[in-house]
Design a protein. Structure first.
Ligand SMILES: NC(=O)c1ccc[n+]([C@@H]2O[C@H](COP(=O)([O-])OP(=O)(O)OC[C@H]3O[C@@H](n4cnc5c(N)ncnc54)[C@H](OP(=O)(O)O)[C@@H]3O)[C@@H](O)[C@H]2O)c1
Length: 112
């Protein structure tokens, strides 16, 4: 079976490693991240891999971006995906009592 995979937050780090692993098996992979330049660089880096990579600029903490990404995902994978990896997110180190409310809201909006 050829996998059709969506990985959020995948221009670097764990998401990028997951995307590469799927691409190396011939999967079709759709990824997103906020920085378009990094997405394009990652696409070039993956050009030698067997699968097909689609990139989409999206901030997963913004509802309108998430809707746009979902709409794009349906156009890329009209028959659905075989795996969805909700990887986009970040961790705010330090004490819970020290985090400011704006940062905490961004963390919740991005990670959940
Ligand atoms: N590394 C660890 O030890 C560790 C441990 C536990 C959990 N995690 C979790 O695992 C996930 C990946 O961690 P990582 O260390 O691989 O992170 P990373 O190296 O910082 O990479 C994060 C990726 O997500 C993208 N991203 C970040 N915020 C985004 C947003 N709002 N919308 C869309 N894309 C976004 C980044 O690109 P842009 O900046 O261009 O958007 C980048 O491609 C995170 O959810 C993290 O909390 C990591």
């Amino acid at each position: 079976m050829q996998h059709r995979v969506i990985v959020t937050g995948a221009s670097k780090g764990i998401g990028a490693a997951i995307a590469k692993r799927y691409l190396s098996t011939g999967a079709e992979v759709l990824i997103c991240a906020r920085n378009l330049t990094h997405l394009e660089e990652f696409k070039k880096e993956c050009a030698h891999l067997q699968g097909e990579l689609h990139i989409f600029q999206c901030d997963m903490s913004k509802e309108e971006d998430v809707h746009a990404f979902a709409k794009h995902a349906v156009s890329v994978f009209p028959n659905g995906c075989t795996a969805l990896i909700n990887n986009a997110g970040f961790f705010a180190p330090g004490s819970f009592s020290d985090i400011d409310i704006a940062s905490f809201q961004t963390l919740l909006q991005t990670n959940f």
